[in-house]
Design a protein around this ligand. Structure first.
Ligand code: NAD
Length: 503
């Protein structure tokens, strides 16, 4: 038996109960069928049906929002250390079921085990990190003025909605839900319709860890139904959203009548800029990793390579050789580097750019082909001879597709890097320190790495500028979103109060 056979056998064991009963919504600690019936969950590996999923709509969202509302006061008032203990038990529960989470995630999304084997552990890390912050989450400042002792405190905003996408869904869900729970908020989670499996595992693990019923509720369904209803619900005080930029705009509109607070983590078309003075071997490794790992379905991927003219030919030659050697295959084979794209719709979108590239006059230097006809597999693709005005340079393709654009000078590189609606991340490769300082100062992005691929550190702020989002996660920034600042002034003496109507 190969490792792949073994993984498939284990996966089938884990999936059996979903095949038997489908995935139900979880509201107030109980399994609830979807008010709109069911929809089918398909694997991108061979297009077979994984299971049926509860199709939730406004009715289910209303029930979940009421459950989150009812559970809020007790959860908010639970002593911080008790809440911390529960969140740590959630982290332990995730670790205990890491294999199940990883295998289900791969089958559901097409992500490879090579990258998803760590997804559960990163999810657990999110819970551990924010569990450690629980005790100080409510702390504020004491600011003395001449007549008052001014105290600020923070209180959880209330029940919140979390809407997540299908790329690395488990990690992203924990990234939102862990700080919300740590802050003392209750949650209604609407996972992406294309990847419901691990959201179900998360709510089960959380409840087994002692999370009271109603503190985390999961409603499956589609954006225009359940998602929209969540944004519009008056009992939901804020929406933490991760997804496409145009959906982010809808989230804001839908929440306008109820004055929702929104946190938006949106799309990207991120530049990696390679100067001739860089460590080119390390730059090459990082360029490849940041677009071809996680199937290129990664908001922070460096999908635009800006490479200096003087080294372009040599750099691209090496790039082509490496891209052509990337292994596409079954996501549960541990040696596979790229698995299938998540859905038929997404597969069609990504492959449509193969023609768009040639129509626009770029060269398909590697890939540009689909693989087999069982699932949604594509060869990792590199476009060269591109200009920044082409669609392949301006639009988020969200697949293993890199567009290489040459530049001559630092000024030109900066102009190209910033000439884009997005501003999530940027990656700079140079050994000139003053250039790095200058460039990072003027590069329009929420997160920039110099001589490094994206290395996430939980206490640092995560988020984008321009069409890539509004707001920041990470460290205390997460609590800024899930909590309200409250000011209380205590008089320290008999200061003069202006008397009206006293003659
Ligand atoms: P999407 O916007 O299509 O869907 C995301 C979620 O929003 C899904 O759960 C969907 O059902 C829901 N949704 C859709 N329409 C809605 C509506 N009108 N109201 C409420 N909810 C609605 O995104 P996707 O295709 O699932 O994910 C890929 C996108 O996510 C990419 O653009 C990627 O860059 C982005 N992303 C961003 C980050 C980040 O941190 N900036 C991280 C991961 C993914």
């Amino acid at each position: 038996m190969t490792v792949l056979d073994d993984n498939i056998a284990k996966l089938n064991g884990y999936l059996q109960r979903f095949r038997d009963t489908g995935i139900l919504n979880r509201i107030a600690g109980a399994d609830v069928p979807g008010a709109a019936g069911v929809f089918e969950n398909i694997t991108p590996v061979d297009r077979s049906v994984i299971c049926e999923v509860a199709h939730g709509d406004a009715t289910d969202i209303d029930a979940a929002a009421r459950a989150a509302h009812a559970a809020f006061t007790d959860w908010r008032d639970m002593p911080a250390l008790e809440r911390k203990k529960i969140l740590i038990r959630v982290a332990e529960g995730i670790e205990a079921r890491a294999e199940e989470i990883a295998l289900c995630e791969c089958w559901d999304t097409g992500q490879t085990l090579k990258f998803m084997s760590k997804a559960a552990l990163r999810g657990a890390e999110n819970f551990r990190y924010f569990a450690d912050q629980v005790v100080r989450a409510r702390d504020g400042q004491h600011l003395k003025s001449p007549t008052l002792m001014n105290v600020t405190t923070r209180v959880p905003i209330g029940p919140v909605g979390v809407i997540t996408p299908w790329n690395t869904p488990f990690m992203l869900s924990t990234w939102k839900i862990a700080p919300a729970l740590a802050a003392g908020c209750t949650v209604v989670h609407k996972p992406a319709e294309a990847s419901p499996l691990t959201a179900r595992l998360l709510v089960e693990i959380a409840e087994e860890a002692g999370l009271p019923p109603g503190v985390l509720n999961t409603v499956n369904g589609f954006g225009e139904g359940a998602g929209k209803a969540l944004c519009e619900h008056p009992l939901i005080k804020a929406i933490a959203f991760v997804g496409e930029s145009r959906t982010g705009s809808l989230i804001v509109k839908q929440g306008a009548d109820t004055l929702k607070r929104n946190h938006l983590e949106l799309g990207g078309k991120n530049p990696v800029i390679v100067f001739e003075d860089a460590d080119l071997d390390r730059a090459l490794d990082a360029v490849i990793f940041m677009i071809y790992s996680i199937n290129g379905e990664r908001c922070t991927s460096s999908s635009r390579l800006l490479v200096q003219d003087s080294i372009r030919e040599e750099f691209e030659d090496k790039l082509i050789a490496r891209v052509n050697s990337i292994k596409v295959g079954h996501p549960l084979d541990p040696s596979t580097e790229i698995g299938p794209l998540v859905t038929e719709e997404h597969f069609k979108k990504v492959t449509s750019y193969f023609d768009i590239a040639t129509e626009d006059g770029a060269t398909v230097a590697a890939g540009g082909k689909t693989v087999g006809d069982e699932g949604y597999f594509v060869r990792p693709t590199l476009f060269t001879n591109a200009s920044n005005q082409m669609r392949i340079a301006q639009e988020e393709i969200f697949g293993p597709v890199l567009t290489s654009i040459p530049f001559k000078t630092e000024e030109e590189a900066l102009q190209i890097a910033n000439d884009i609606p997005y501003g999530l991340t940027g990656y700079l490769w140079t050994n000139d320190l003053t250039r790095a300082l200058r460039f990072t100062d003027r590069l329009e992005a929420g997160m920039i790495w110099v001589n490094s691929e994206n290395v996430r550190h939980l206490p640092t702020p995560f988020g984008g500028v321009k069409a890539s989002g509004i707001g920041r996660d990470g460290g205390d920034w997460s609590f800024e979103f899930y909590m309200e600042q409250k000011h209380v002034g205590f008089a320290t003496g008999q200061h003069k109060i202006t008397r009206l109507g006293a003659g």
